[in-house]
Design a protein around this ligand. Structure first.
Ligand code: TRP
Ligand code: ZN
Length: 477
């Protein structure tokens, strides 16, 4: 079945050399023969997330948001490389109306089933070919509910604005894409909002302009993320924020946006962002991104904080510990990203352990004391110590509803501390820094980590893996 419109091969009498060559290959049977790209990356927990057959290089998202109506108008220009010959390929998108899709400048057929936007280009794409897809869409983006009941996607806030958050699968509610952490890309995100609103996203603010020409009085904010980003870490926040800026000692610009009511309450913790980034750089190696900051929303907006790249989102004024946690994710999760959603402990175990290290380095309980507190359920040392941190092995949550469960965070951190107990401080911190450096802007699995840890430390850590990482029983030392 071929829906392609018939197009004459030559418009003019004298064919170009390129056209002649194309004709020659066509005659010898060398025409591009594509097949459909896979509709999911077979993630063990979210099998439909992401798509096969191509690799996104860059997203250019042009978004206009109207807080009054909650309407979003978007143009997504997606530059990708075909990993196989493609007769069709998918993007993930949920809700919203798709107005048109172009591939390589030509109108493409498309249809939608569930979260899959299937696109059939006018001409098959060749393996290795870089191609551009333009999706025009609009509508009221929806809230996505996770298997564990938490909410993500596009969340409208009390102040009349909204925030887009995506872990694990919410980003498909506000832009079409290859929504799995295995496919990272650079981003340019442009946000157009009515006068009086601020618009904040990841990376650096390239420009901010008031639109006078069209009388709208809208403001357009252009944000750029040059380092690769997994789509669940993209954010777009619209609100009447107060903006503050700073610079770390390494020269990284900090840009914070805070709802006005929480400006005073947030000042202390946000004021320490440069110090926390510097501290993390000492502990984990150079900060992996060229920007930092925070977005502070009303308490009711979200049920959790999220480590959105360079600029985490906080539900209310954050504590210093929470800022340490979300900034630690910039190394662990954002730069070194999971290959699958089952590998979440590599994000959360490290970010939790970073809090333990911060405490140790700043006169609080040491990581050893914290570890013991969890074993003993001592909530004086850590209020979370009585959680069911042993309920399942951190490397294999029983299902997608458990990827942010207590064992992923606390037993994940305990795995790291067990390694430290085995190998000593010097080898342990060499391991942590090596892991962040050797997998910078990459993707990793649990097996990658265990192999790396043994190779880097030269030690057999099988007992740690068996008991703490993979064991079903409650571990004890
Ligand atoms: N990653 C967030 C944090 O630790 C928490 C979180 C929010 C989360 N949504 C999630 C974890 C979905 C796993 C899955 O700060
Ligand atoms: Zn976390």
């Amino acid at each position: 079945m071929d829906h392609r419109p018939h197009r004459p091969l030559f418009r003019f009498a004298a064919p170009s050399v390129a056209a002649l060559l194309a004709l020659t290959t066509a005659c010898t049977g060398g025409t591009v023969q594509g097949r459909p790209g896979a509709s999911g990356l077979r993630d063990p927990f979210f099998p439909k997330a992401g798509n096969g057959g191509y690799d996104v290089r860059h997203y250019d998202l042009d978004l206009a948001y109207r807080p009054d109506s909650g309407e979003l108008h978007g143009t997504a220009v997606i530059t990708a490389r075909a990993l196989q010959g493609l007769s069709s390929f998918n993007l993930d998108l949920t809700g919203l109306d798709v107005e048109s899709v172009d591939v390589q400048g030509e109108g493409a057929r498309f249809n939608r089933t569930g979260q899959e936007l299937t696109i059939r280009p006018a001409e098959d794409l060749e393996k290795g070919q870089e191609f551009r897809t333009v999706v025009r869409y609009s509508g009221k983006p929806k809230v996505v509910t996770d298997p564990d009941g938490s909410e993500e996607g596009w969340i409208r806030t009390e102040g009349g604005g909204a925030v887009g958050v995506g872990e694990p699968t919410g980003s498909m509610a506000w832009f079409p894409g290859n929504h799995h952490p295995a496919d990272k890309a650079a981003y340019d995100i442009s946000l157009r909002v009515p006068k009086g609103y601020e618009a904040v996203s990841n990376g650096q603010l390239v420009s901010r302009a008031e639109q006078h020409g069209d009388q709208s009085g809208d403001s357009v904010f252009r944000w750029r993320s040059v380092e690769p980003m997994a789509s669940y870490l993209a954010t777009a926040a619209v609100g009447k924020y107060r903006i503050s800026t700073a610079t770390t000692s390494a020269g990284i610009p900090v840009y914070n946006a805070v709802v006005p009511e929480l400006e005073a309450k947030s000042a202390e913790a946000l004021g320490r962002i440069p110090e926390i980034v510097d501290w993390g750089s000492g502990r984990f190696g150079p900060y992996p991104f060229s920007a930092a900051g925070a977005i502070v929303e009303d308490e009711g907006a979200l049920g959790y904080a999220l480590e959105t790249q360079t600029r985490p989102v906080y539900p209310g004024a954050p504590t210093v510990d929470l800022v340490v946690h979300e900034l630690a994710h910039q190394w662990f999760g954002n730069s070194v990203s999971p290959k699958s959603w089952r590998d979440m402990w590599l994000n959360e175990g490290f970010a939790t352990y970073a809090e333990w290290l911060w405490s140790e380095d700043h006169g609080g309980p040491t990581a050893e004391e914290r570890f013991t507190a969890f074993e003993e359920g001592d909530t004086e040392v850590d209020p979370a110590a009585d959680s069911e941190w042993w309920a399942f092995p951190p490397a294999s949550p029983p299902g997608p509803e458990h990827i942010s469960g207590a064992p992923v965070y606390y037993r994940g951190a305990m795995v790291l501390h067990r390694i430290r107990q085995e190998v000593g401080d010097k080898a342990f911190f060499d391991l942590v820094r090596g892991w962040a450096a050797d997998h910078r802007h990459g993707n990793v699995s649990t097996a990658d980590f265990t192999a790396y840890a043994e190779q880097k430390t030269g030690r057999d850590l099988d007992e740690v893996w068996k008991t703490w990482l993979h064991g079903k029983e409650r571990p004890s030392t």
